[in-house]
Design a protein around this ligand. Structure first.
Ligand code: ZN
Length: 403
């Protein structure tokens, strides 16, 4: 019985400590008195917890504010040197590595081409070596690194955390975390790239105050990270959010999943590029005809042409977003989100299509769930998944977990 009481006390102490630390994170800078008001804990309890957090270098005193009666209240904030975390985002073209501090501020970022010819253990060994180099460069002790989060463009099962399939990387049944354990003792986590983006938007982005929102990532594939009631929606097997495989045209192109007319076969940026190259090869009227080889046409070139009012380029981009808007309308009717954030490569051409997306969603979704809906482009661009993956290992010290 005694042991149980001790265990409960320890649990409560840890929970209170994490709650105080989380409030300091959310508020940025906050006094002990305010922490006591917000938590309902006594001034003595807050004094003990904050003393311990200062002793362990998690927080620092950072100036003071005047309070009623002329007394000064010392403000507390997170110590940016306290600990760090690393996020690694795999996609079809690049590997993005980002290091963040306890405040989730980026202290390092790097993008390298994805080495398609290499096997996964080899890629992980190189990443591990890179991490060692980064720590040295930033003069961060290894024990201050809380862990690494891997963001993957594919399905990850809930129990073993294996990658079931990442079609655009051509990965099937990959035990990435087991490979990692053979290479490094750094704790590692794995998350789907769209879910990682949603974690990022909820932790540090435009959805900080939101409980019900959806992040849609558009690149070679399309996926969604969904928050309902303030929690990341996982579904029975962790596969929730695969909106790229919602059929929007039964007679549409064949998808990597084996079905026809999935959203990502009509609205991913890979398909925008493929369609443009095909149409240019067929002799369409466009300034892109000046490109010596249609196979060298890139998304950036298509966006540039559309911005110069090239009708062919403009219509291809608008056509792809018409399907996207249909997919969004279904999400609005099904989930009633407060906000939809569209990220990754979409950010590059969002200004060209956002009005049209809003117009179509307004005409297709039901009036009532639409009432206060906001649709925006992500402020983080292509970095959102790497940031989200980096946030995962940090969340535990704040008493929060999403994976
Ligand atoms: Zn599909």
């Amino acid at each position: 019985m005694k042991q149980n009481t001790a265990g409960n006390n320890q649990y409560l102490k840890q929970r209170n400590k994490a709650q105080v630390l989380d409030l300091i994170r959310i508020k940025g800078a906050v006094s002990r008195t305010r922490l006591s008001e917000l938590t309902g804990l006594s001034a003595t309890a807050i004094g003990l917890i904050t003393s311990e957090l200062i002793k362990n270098s998690f927080i620092i005193e950072s100036g003071a504010i005047e309070s009623t009666g002329g007394r000064k209240r010392v403000l507390l904030e997170l110590n940016p040197e306290a600990c760090f975390s690393i996020g690694i985002d795999f996609d079809i073209e690049n590997i993005i590595i980002i290091v963040i501090d306890i405040k989730s501020s980026t202290v390092y970022e790097n993008k390298t081409p994805f080495p398609k010819e290499k096997k996964i253990p080899e890629i992980l060994k190189e990443i591990n070596l890179k991490i060692t180099g980064i720590l040295k460069e930033l003069q961060i002790k290894k024990e201050k690194l809380m862990g690494a989060g891997f963001s993957i463009p594919g399905l990850i099962n809930s129990k073993e955390k294996n990658i079931i399939i990442a079609p655009n990387l051509n990965w099937h049944n990959i035990k990435l975390l087991e490979f990692w354990k053979d290479i490094s003792d750094l704790p590692a986590f794995i998350i789907n790239e769209a879910k990682a983006s949603a974690v990022c938007e909820h932790w540090i982005g435009s959805c900080r105050e939101k409980n019900d929102f959806i992040c849609i990532n558009i690149k070679s594939g399309i996926g969604a990270g969904i928050f309902t009631n303030g929690r990341l929606l996982k579904g029975m097997s962790n596969f929730a959010g695969e909106i790229g495989h919602v059929v929007v045209d039964e007679n549409g192109p064949l998808c990597g999943c084996g079905k026809y007319g999935c959203l990502e076969t009509l609205a991913s940026t890979t398909r925008i590029v493929e369609k443009t190259r095909r149409i240019i090869r067929q002799g369409a009227d466009s300034i892109l005809n000046n490109t010596p080889d249609a196979d060298n046409i890139t998304l950036d070139m298509i966006i540039d042409a559309a911005e110069k009012n090239d009708l062919t380029a403009k219509n291809i981009i608008l056509d792809s977003t018409r399907y996207l808007a249909i997919g969004i309308s279904d999400l609005v009717n099904t989930l009633n989100p407060e906000k939809i954030v569209i990220g990754k490569e979409f950010v590059k051409y969002s200004n060209l299509v956002m009005d049209q997306i809003k117009k179509i969603v307004s005409s297709k979704a039901l009036k009532y769930p639409l009432a206060d809906l906001e649709i925006t482009a992500s402020e983080f661009g292509e970095k959102t998944s790497a940031l989200g993956a980096a946030i995962i290992p940090l969340q535990k010290i704040f008493g929060r977990e999403n994976v």
